[in-house]
Design a protein around this ligand. Structure first.
Ligand code: TXA
Ligand code: MG
Length: 348
């Protein structure tokens, strides 16, 4: 398949947005930026088109997709009920990086929901995403625009690398600024459960609607039989190299990581370190990629997937990083990092 790549500029954006919306309307797959990560959009109402998304991503068909809509009022077209806590959350966080799970109605095909009776919905805040969706007049299914299992794409080059030749169009609209996927909040249980942490934090949600819980399965506290968010059971966000996370005081972690680098080098293993700006100088390693300031949780979140992909591009076989502060979006960063590391941790 020929993939058209549209580079958006202020001069051409009106025409290109129209083209992207038209391609979606006639059944095409179109990747576009959102404020979280790039997504692959498709008409969510057509089961046969939705199946093409799973094919393009190489994604298991029991892992459900998020339906993206232009306005909060449209939710009622796709769900059987809107729980009381939904409205204040929509008001506070839509458009934005919060996905909410509702009981679906018959308009939503089971191909979207991986056979579940629930549907995940969000209103993205990125102006390009919103305008493209608005012009289609359709609900748009949009999973992250990566090959299943790889880190999510935060720039168009990542999408091109994974999906060129597999989808109809890629809209290059610059960086997806948050860099981690939306928070997924399940409103079908009480209290509501955060199935995936993201830019809208637990504290932000609780400030509006009171207590919610973090899915214990996702935190690795218990290994349950069937995960609530089917996506959670699959390998995720993984770089090709083996990733190891170090916990402990800075000094001890740096010392242990430098020791590990020496061991790797004597085994002719290509090793890389993910460093904060503050720690960079303390490491002794041929490849050091900086992820941002330790004082800026948003900068670290926005660079995580980019850095993991850069390690792949450099052919790094072993990647070492310290754990990051788990405050605000840092919870989501550590959630993705632990998955990328397949939970491989060192406590020093
Ligand atoms: O930020 C985002 O949400 C991005 C951008 C493109 O909007 N999209 C995204 O989609 O991350 P995806 O498909 O990569 O992740 C969707 C997550 C998966 O973990 C999936 O299992 C969960 O949402 N999910 C979707 N529908 C669900 C449902 N009905 N019940 C439970 N989990 C659901
Ligand atoms: Mg994804």
């Amino acid at each position: 398949m020929d993939t058209r790549i549209l580079h958006i500029t202020p001069e051409n954006q009106i025409d290109l947005i129209r083209e992207a919306a038209m391609t979606l309307k006639i059944g095409g797959l179109v990747a576009f930026p959102t404020e979280t990560v790039y997504g692959i959009g498709a008409n969510a109402l057509d089961a046969s088109i939705v199946r093409k998304i799973y094919e393009a991503k190489g994604r298991p068909s029991d892992n459900p997709l998020i339906v993206h809509i232009g306005h909060a009022q449209e939710v009622e077209k796709y769900v059987t009920e809107i729980p009381e806590i939904a409205r204040p959350l929509m008001e506070a966080f839509w458009p934005g990086p919060l996905t909410m799970i509702f009981k679906k109605n018959q308009v939503i095909p089971y191909e979207i929901t991986g056979g579940l009776d629930t549907v995940a919905i969000r209103v993205p805040a990125h102006p390009l995403a919103r305008e493209i969706i608005r012009q289609t007049g359709l609900p748009i299914a949009a999973p992250s625009a990566n090959i299943s299992g790889k880190p999510s794409p935060t720039i168009a080059a990542h999408v091109i690398e994974d999906l060129k030749g597999r989808i109809d169009m890629i809209v290059d609209g610059g960086d997806a600024n948050i860099g981690l996927e939306s928070t997924v909040l399940d409103l079908t249980s009480e209290p509501a459960v955060i199935l995936r942490p993201g830019g809208v934090t637990k504290a932000m949600i609780e400030a509006i609607v009171g207590p919610v819980v973090l899915d214990p399965r996702d935190l690795g506290l218990s290994v349950d039989d069937i995960p609530k968010a089917p996506g959670m059971k699959y390998k995720h966000y993984a770089p090709k190299g083996r990733l190891v996370i170090y916990y402990g005081s800075k000094e001890k972690a740096i010392e242990a990581m430098n020791d590990s680098v020496q061991k790797s080098l004597s085994n002719h293993e290509k090793v890389g370190i993910i460093a904060t700006n503050e720690d960079r100088e303390a490491y002794n390693c041929p490849t050091i990629l900086t992820i941002g300031s330790e004082h800026d949780a948003h900068e670290i979140a926005s660079n995580l997937f980019k850095v993991l992909r850069q390690m792949d591009d450099l052919g790094i076989e072993k990647i070492l990083t310290q754990a990051f502060h788990e405050k605000e979006i840092g919870v989501a960063t550590m959630n993705r990092l632990l998955k990328a590391a397949n939970n491989e941790q060192r406590f020093v």
